[in-house]
Design a protein around this ligand. Sequence first.
Ligand code: HEM
Length: 237
Amino acid sequence: MAQFLWVIFPYLSIVVLITGTIYRYSYNQMLWGSKSSEILEKRLLRWGSLLFHWGIIFVFFGHVMGLIIPLQVYQFFGIPSEFYHMNAEIFGGLAGLSVWIGVLLLLIRRIGNKRIRMNSTPSDFVALIMLFIVVSLGLYVTIIYNTIHGPYEYRTTVAPWFRGIMTLHPDAAHMVHVPLILQLHAISAFLLFAISPFTRLVHIWSAPIAYITRAPILYRSRVQYRSIRDQIVNRYF
Ligand code: HEM
């Protein structure tokens, strides 16, 4: 079972993620992306989307610091574990809270607003519900589990397991004694990776990064602007 959960399942998810994304891209590029629903509802979208997207950027870098950078690097620079975990809890907690509130608002909007609900596909609901589950479990670890039991040192268990998966040296033994809530977080995250090519989450791969550095585009009208008053005057008088 451990071998399935911590070796076979993650690789299955990665294979589905890669092949699914290539298939979706080659099948119909017109359907690639995240169809906007801004025209149907704006107020909740603005708050939900901003909180989610800003939060997830910080959560992403938090995961790089916790999972990708080995513990030895922190030890080499003399960064104490207490200091690392205090920062992870404060900043990770704040970023996680922002993501959680953002997803919750987006979910409430998609289910509660009739116009949005009628214009949604089943995959829109699945993506948001999966995001909500993954984020809630992660946030539970950072805010609640760590407060009750003290900071869990995932840099000696989850992190080497995750790096092992990425470097094709998987070792299920790292994950066997990890707290259940963190195990569920990791499994649900891989499930989210697997379903993502079949949802609006594909827009991650088209994030407009070049937008930051590209030359500004100046829009000019080919017709001269006229005020509404001028238009009425010209037309009727
Ligand atoms: C297999 C992949 C993943 C692993 C191994 C993983 C692992 C972890 C760990 C160890 C923590 C606790 C951090 C701490 O308390 O300092 C955490 C927290 C968290 N995770 Fe993940 N995670 C994964 C994927 C994801 C994904 C895909 C998302 C979001 C879509 C996510 C969202 C969060 C959030 C919101 C928190 C709480 C805030 C934070 O500490 O950053 N995780 N995760």
